[in-house]
Design a protein around this ligand. Structure first.
Ligand SMILES: [Zn+2]
Length: 509
């Protein structure tokens, strides 16, 4: 080794070395921050049997609460980026308010909290934040936080900022929504009173309401309703309404904040169906909570869907708030007709059971990894390319609720999965039997986007990224680009089947 080689590097070289080391360190920190687990060690494993409450024989109690989550669209420091369609869709005005609506149920032994947010989606990490902020005196054994999947609300997932490289999430607004969910639950818990429960399943043909934009054509079209009434005067405390459709009726050129058809339904059930201040059909009073269902595959009131407004006797095709009102009133009318004319006996006792588990799902979508790396998707990995999420099976008397952490295809719920010609795997349906066959009870709700939004949950035998495309189509179908991967549906189906087995006391399969 010569003396020359031992000479210290020149200043430019030293500076270059420093710059490269600093960049490597920054990249490492960025990588760690993007994918570190926000709640290390978090596990949810609840198994509460309804028989506990059956022995106590207490009447069911229910309470509702709600907190406004309408953003300020006039604050130049905090532009509101609307979620769901393209980037750069900044909200200009408020058409109607957004809400966090909560329901607390108490069977004398077990207490269950349900929150529905007028939001596009709410990640599992945010749900954990809600749970950790709940005051212990609420004594909730389990809380499920659902999003209505509304496409006229602020971005809470990060994908719809001013451009493709910037998140649209305002951290202050996200904090506000988390706190609103907590406050709504506190209100609901404080409002619990003895109730009688009515269960309704209302056959609702999809034509003129919702369109399936991807084959096979399978819907989850029916309305399902829990109606809570006071035992004394029979007045309404509130309802929980389940239906399955993308709230995106005003479509992509809408710049107004609106709760879409879930808001129209809630308003109509409370105050009646009104036009120009005139009540055309009386409401029920009370507070109403809307939970969305199996919206994958893809359930939408498309700009080509013609919606008839039965009160104006007018058709609406072009996306507009009037079309949204027609859709909401169409559904609210069916609910009001059923609930007010029902002769079915109401239930005084409705024991609660809860079977919930966290699970890990592999993340095979490189776009989602990249979106995490550049800071668009702000959610942790439990281990590299594995996300924590959650499923639950809940029962309330003769009703059951499957909590599903994303946009499940209706054929996984109701049957009708196909071995799709052109599919990437060329195999028979994997996610069988249909979830509704496994679920207990008489009225079976799907809570979609419950406790997470992982994207589309696609049957493996219908998965298609590579040519030939499904049904000889010229281009790939829409869906896979917003999914974790082809194993997601099977893993969730298994986890839910296990919860159903557990609930029924069957040995695990
Ligand atoms: Zn969607």
């Amino acid at each position: 080794m010569t003396a020359l080689q031992n000479r210290p590097p020149s200043w430019p070289r030293r500076i270059l070395r420093w710059v490269l080391c600093s960049l490597a360190l920054l990249a490492g920190l960025r990588f760690w921050y993007a994918f570190h687990d926000r709640y290390p060690g978090y596990k949810m494993a609840v198994s509460i049997d309804a028989r506990k409450a059956e022995s106590v024989r207490q009447p069911l109690r229910a309470g509702f609460g709600r907190v406004k989550i309408t953003p300020d669209v006039n604050d130049p420091q905090h532009p509101v980026w609307l979620a769901g369609f393209d980037n750069g869709r900044q909200a200009k005005s408020v058409h109607d308010d957004l809400w966090a609506v909560a329901l607390v149920l108490d069977d004398g032994v077990t207490r269950l909290g349900i929150v529905a947010l007028d939001a596009i989606g709410f990640f599992h990490d945010d749900v954990i934040s809600v749970r950790r902020r709940l005051p212990s005196e609420l004594r909730l054994d389990y809380t499920t936080v659902c999003a209505t999947h509304n496409h006229s609300t602020p971005d809470l997932m990060g994908l719809w900022g001013p451009n493709e490289f910037r998140s649209g999430v305002d951290p202050q607004y996200r904090e506000r929504v988390i706190n609103a969910a907590v406050a709504a639950l506190v209100q609901a818990a404080g409002a619990t009173e003895p109730v009688r429960l009515g269960l309704h399943e209302i056959a609702t043909p999809p034509a003129g309401l919702v369109t399936d934009t991807r084959l096979p054509e399978v819907y989850d079209p029916d309305l399902r309703v829990l109606h809570f009434v006071r035992p004394g005067d029979g007045s309404t405390v509130g309802t929980l309404v389940g239906w399955a459709n993308h709230p995106e009726t005003p479509w992509s050129k809408n710049y107004d904040i609106t709760a879409d058809f879930p808001g129209v339904i809630r308003e109509a059930l409370e105050h009646g169906i009104r036009y120009d201040g005139q009540v055309r059909q009386p409401g029920l009073g009370g507070i109403h909570l809307f939970v969305n269902g199996a919206v994958g595959g893809l359930m939408t009131t498309h700009p080509s869907t013609v919606v008839h407004d039965p009160f104006l006797d007018r058709d609406f095709k072009e996306p507009s708030h009037d079309k949204t009102r027609a859709l909401g009133h169409n559904l609210a009318r069916r609910i009001l007709n059923r609930v007010t004319n029902s002769r079915e006996p109401l239930t005084e006792r409705a024991p609660i059971s809860i079977h919930a588990r966290t699970l890990e799902l592999p993340l095979k979508n490189p776009n989602f990894v990249l979106a995490g790396l550049v800071g668009l998707l702000d959610r942790g990995h439990v281990r590299w390319q594995h996300m924590r999420t959650e499923v639950a099976l809940l029962t309330l008397g003769d009703a059951s609720f499957a909590c599903i952490p994303g946009e499940i295809y209706p054929e996984i719920v109701n049957g009708g999965i196909i071995r799709a010609p052109g599919g990437d795997f060329n195999l028979d349906p994997v996610e069988i039997p249909p979830l509704r066959e496994l679920m207990p009870g008489r009225v079976k709700f799907i809570f979609g986007l419950a406790n997470d939004e992982i994207g589309y949950i696609i049957p493996k035998s219908e998965w298609d990224e590579t040519p030939p495309y499904l049904f000889n189509a010229k281009s790939r179908p829409y869906g896979e680009i917003n999914s974790l991967g082809p194993e997601t549906a099977g893993l969730l189906h298994t986890a839910l089947r296990q919860r159903c087995d557990e609930q029924a006391g069957r040995p695990a399969r």
